[in-house]
Design a protein around this ligand. Structure first.
Ligand code: COA
Length: 376
């Protein structure tokens, strides 16, 4: 814990908010969303049900779920100017830059952007859940030189995203896999991007600013960007027989292995086994066990050599790669799913807000005398 003479580096162990949204039990490897263990939700609840759970603190009944799905489907259309802006960016721009900038732009076109009524805030929250996948799919198709595809209102969030990305409706199995990935990534305590969202909105700034901050924080390789690093590492290693030498070499050079380790989980991240199972199934189906075999060997070595476990990013990389998703869309998919949690945290922060304003410990000199420019 922090004290005035030795601040906690990286705020480790500091409790920065009270929340009903999720509990990350790093000591026993449990993740709880609003009272439900993640094992209870993954594969049972859809992403839309989890959005309702996080936004309303309870699972929806059938009518509420139908209304929520309708609202999400009706909120997907982007302002024409935002679509044009997305299609004016350099095709080589990293998608996370595009998504962050487009979300910020959405705030300029929403006449309710600064409306702080709970009704307006909830609508903005749902609009962002619905529109971030559309931004991602539009940019991808534009950069590939493919015609943009409008959303399909008959499809749920996971299926609509895959349809808008690939131009064909996914199989029920692929939709289900993506949906479970969304559920597993939807919320996760006071992670860096959620903290960024809360800090921003606690100044009584707006929902778009908060989510723009969150996307910027998620992008980094120590947070959501790690899933892209995992697949790059697997491609660099190349074959199963090269794994041991690669890890030995990387550890000797004090390099971080992406997708391994966690600030809070000191035991296995409870999301990892779900993703590992899906990666195993997909690898078997594709008849290409190489990626999962390499991943499992890396996880085994890191546990033995460093007592560090795989985190959510580790096996999700193999899942997305096996689904044929381009590597630089892995972190955007994390952002798409986490928008449920970010927006829920913004709504929660606003219900009992106080400016978040910690202090820093000054370590510089004192008493310096000003020297005029001509004498320096
Ligand atoms: C997640 C992460 C940022 C947590 O960082 P943290 O709590 O600040 O932990 P530290 O970086 O201080 O690491 C503590 C020790 O474990 C080591 N370590 C942590 N993660 C490691 C990794 N992925 N590979 C190799 N060593 C690692 C550090 O080198 C350090 O060792 P040392 O004490 O011998 O110097 C860190 O584990 C990491 O960088 N992982 C890779 C990126 C990643 O997967 N991020 C997604 C998180 S969900």
């Amino acid at each position: 814990m922090s004290n005035s003479s030795s601040p906690a580096r990286g705020l480790e162990g500091v409790v920065a908010a009270s929340t009903r949204l999720s509990d990350v039990r790093g000591d026993i490897g449990k993740l709880i969303y609003c009272g439900y263990d993640i094992d209870e939700l993954a594969g049972k609840a859809t992403y839309e049900e989890v959005v309702h759970l996080l936004h309303h603190d309870r699972l929806p009944n059938a009518t509420e779920l139908a209304e929520l799905k309708d609202a999400l489907a009706s909120f997907r259309d982007l302002p024409q100017a935002v679509t044009e802006m997305i299609c004016s960016f350099p095709k080589v721009a990293p998608p996370m830059h595009v998504i962050r900038t487009a979300v910020s732009a959405l705030g300029c076109f929403d006449t309710t952007a600064d409306d702080d009524s709970m009704y307006a805030q909830r609508r903005k929250a749902l609009r962002l859940v619905a529109q971030i996948p559309v931004i991602t799919a539009y940019f991808h198709r534009y950069r590939m030189g493919l015609p943009l595809l409008g959303p399909d209102r008959s499809l749920g969030e996971a299926a609509n995203f895959l349809y808008m990305l690939n131009g064909e409706k996914p199989s029920a199995e692929t939709e289900g896999t993506m949906d479970v990935c969304y559920v597993l990534h939807a919320e996760h305590g006071m992670n860096a991007s959620t903290f960024a969202a809360r800090v921003t909105v606690a100044t009584l700034s707006d929902m778009y600013s908060a989510i723009t901050s969150a996307i910027g924080a998620l992008k980094g390789p120590l947070h959501g960007g790690a899933n892209e690093g995992v697949i790059k590492m697997l491609l660099e290693i190349g074959t199963l027989d090269q794994v041991d030498a690669y890890i030995d070499d990387a550890l000797a050079q004090k390099k971080k292995i992406m997708g391994i380790g966690h600030r809070v989980y000191k035991v296995l991240d409870p999301r990892a086994p779900h993703l590992q199972r899906m990666a195993q199934v997909l690898s078997a189906k594709l008849g290409d066990p190489k990626w999962i075999q390499m991943s499992e060997r890396i996880a085994e070595l890191m546990l033995a050599k460093k007592q560090l476990n795989a985190n959510v990013d580790f096996y999700s990389a193999t899942v997305y790669h096996s689904l044929g998703i381009p590597t630089d869309l892995f972190t955007p998919i994390f952002a798409i799913a986490r928008t449920a949690g970010w927006t829920a945290n913004v709504l929660e922060q606003l219900t009992d807000n106080r400016l978040i304003r910690p202090q820093s410990q000054y370590t510089g000199p004192v008493g310096l005398k000003f020297v005029p420019l001509e004498s320096r």
